[in-house]
Ligand binder design. Sequence first.
Ligand code: FER
Length: 276
Amino acid sequence: MKVILVALYILLFAPFSWAQQHLDNRAPTGFDQLQANIPHGQIDTVEYYSKTVGTTRKALVYIPPGFTKKEKYPVLYLLHGIGGDEYEWLRNGHPQVILDNLYAKGKLKPMLVVLPNGRAMKDDRAVGNVFDSVKVQAFANFEKDLLHDLIPFIEKRYPVYKDRKQRALAGLSMGGGQCLNFGLGNLDEFAWIGGFSSAPNTKVPNELLPDSEAAKEKLQLLWISCGTDDNLMNFSKRTHDYLDRHNVPHIFYVEPGGHDFNVWKNDLYMFSQLLF
Ligand code: FER
């Protein structure tokens, strides 16, 4: 009798609990819908001088609701894709709405989110052939701009922590490749790293992470995600396989969807809650 009851229980409730768990692992409906009756963060536009590029460059900064200069905040640097610029996340991903909604539910640590322009060249607009090799190279040049120009600027301008454990780096596609390359290449600067649907600019694994012991010791979070219908999946998969082989703790989050903002908005929702 007991065996029958247990079997019945599994039959009735196992699919339900699986579905439930599955749903809990995705952003709920409405997560990206503007709510009028909750506190809202603020978006600053800042300009910083880049020694790397030799020009003044723009970035946007999301300041969380309840921000006060009396506190100190950790910072997430959130990078765009090959066809984007500092406005791409804002235009297509509405991160401020996603984050406001998470704050309203008490699900997020107070943090600043910086949206830079990751194409470190004099004309950094996403015009003409965005796949041009000079423009693609500019995405690699951004490592110096980020480390030596933008981060020091943000840390002077805002009341933020300045240590690696309070600094996160995540991005989509070209920005995902940048984050894995720059983050894993500079473990003394970043402890929280996310690559969403990372592009072919992602270094091959043994160049990306020659010293897996350092990563094991220093990383607080390494997140790699990709949609099942994304043609760039193999760049995430080969990184994940390498990390597995070298026993580097990480999250490999595979989700329904392609190479688009439905996936990246969900990634931001999931990833940001794990930070700090
Ligand atoms: C490529 C395919 C896609 C590539 C970059 C991308 C540099 C980037 C896509 C994106 O950022 O959305 O071959 O080469």
